[in-house]
Design a protein around this ligand. Structure first.
Ligand SMILES: [Ca+2]
Ligand SMILES: [Ca+2]
Length: 205
C-alpha cells in the first residue's frame, strides 16, 4: 500500500514540476486587457477552441498591446528554457503591412526583453487561426536591457503586440496563450522511479 502511495506521489509530481500557465478565454477574458491601441471584446465562441479575445484597432496610432493580468506575473524562473506561445487570427483580412505584430515583451525588475516571434506578413489574411511559439532561451534571440534569465526571475509585465496593419481598422483575435516549463530532470527521475516501483509491485502480485 505504501508503495502504491509512493507511486501515485511520483506520478503526480511530474505535472506539478512541469508547471504551465495558459489562457483559453473559454469563460471570459481571464483578466487580459488592451489598455492602449484598440477596443477589446471577449467572444464566447469561434476561437481556436471555445472563447477568444478580439481587439479592433480603433485609433490607428498606438500599437495593440494585449497585456497579461497580474496573476501571470512573478517568478518565471521555472519557465526559463521553456516555451511561450499563442494563437492569433486576422479576423477581417486587412493587409499585414505593419511589422509590430508578434512582438512579445517581457518586463521584469531586472529590465525588459523583446522578440518578434511572428514572421513578416503574419497573421495571413485567411481568417484562420495561426500558432506562434518561441523558446524562452537567449538563443532564440531575445534582446533588451537585461539577460532573459534575469528578467524571468521576477516578471512585472507581459504584452503581445497585435498590430498587423498600418492605420486603423484591423481586428485581431487571440487565443490559447501559454507558457510552459521544460520538465525538470528531477521530476523525470521521479516518474521513472514510479514506473520501476509499479513494475516491481505487479511482479510481486
Ligand atoms: Ca479558447
Ligand atoms: Ca493598425
Amino acid at each position: 500500500m505504501a508503495r502504491r502511495s509512493l507511486l501515485l506521489a511520483s506520478l503526480i509530481a511530474l505535472p506539478l514540476a512541469a508547471s504551465a500557465a495558459s489562457a483559453s478565454f473559454n469563460s471570459g477574458d481571464e483578466g487580459w486587457t488592451t489598455p492602449v491601441g484598440g477596443t477589446q471584446t471577449w467572444m464566447p465562441t469561434g476561437g481556436n477552441g471555445g472563447g477568444w479575445v478580439q481587439v479592433e484597432d480603433t485609433d490607428g496610432n498606438t500599437d495593440i498591446h494585449l497585456t497579461a493580468p497580474s496573476a501571470w506575473l512573478g517568478d518565471w524562473s521555472a519557465y526559463n528554457g521553456g516555451t511561450f506561445s499563442f494563437d492569433a487570427r486576422n479576423v477581417n483580412g486587412l493587409s499585414t503591412d505593419w511589422p509590430g505584430f508578434g512582438e512579445v515583451t517581457i518586463s521584469g525588475t531586472a529590465g525588459s526583453v523583446v522578440l518578434d516571434i511572428a514572421a513578416p506578413g503574419q497573421p495571413t489574411a485567411d481568417g484562420l487561426w495561426h500558432h506562434y511559439s518561441v523558446s524562452l532561451t537567449s538563443a532564440a534571440g531575445w534582446t533588451g536591457s537585461a539577460p532573459l534569465a534575469s528578467v524571468l526571475a521576477h516578471v512585472t509585465g507581459l504584452t503581445i503586440n497585435g498590430e498587423l496593419h498600418a492605420g486603423p481598422g484591423e481586428i485581431v483575435g487571440f487565443d490559447n496563450i501559454q507558457v510552459t516549463a521544460v520538465p525538470e530532470p528531477a521530476s523525470a527521475a521521479l516518474l521513472l522511479g514510479g514506473l520501476v516501483l509499479l513494475a516491481g509491485w505487479r511482479r510481486k502480485r
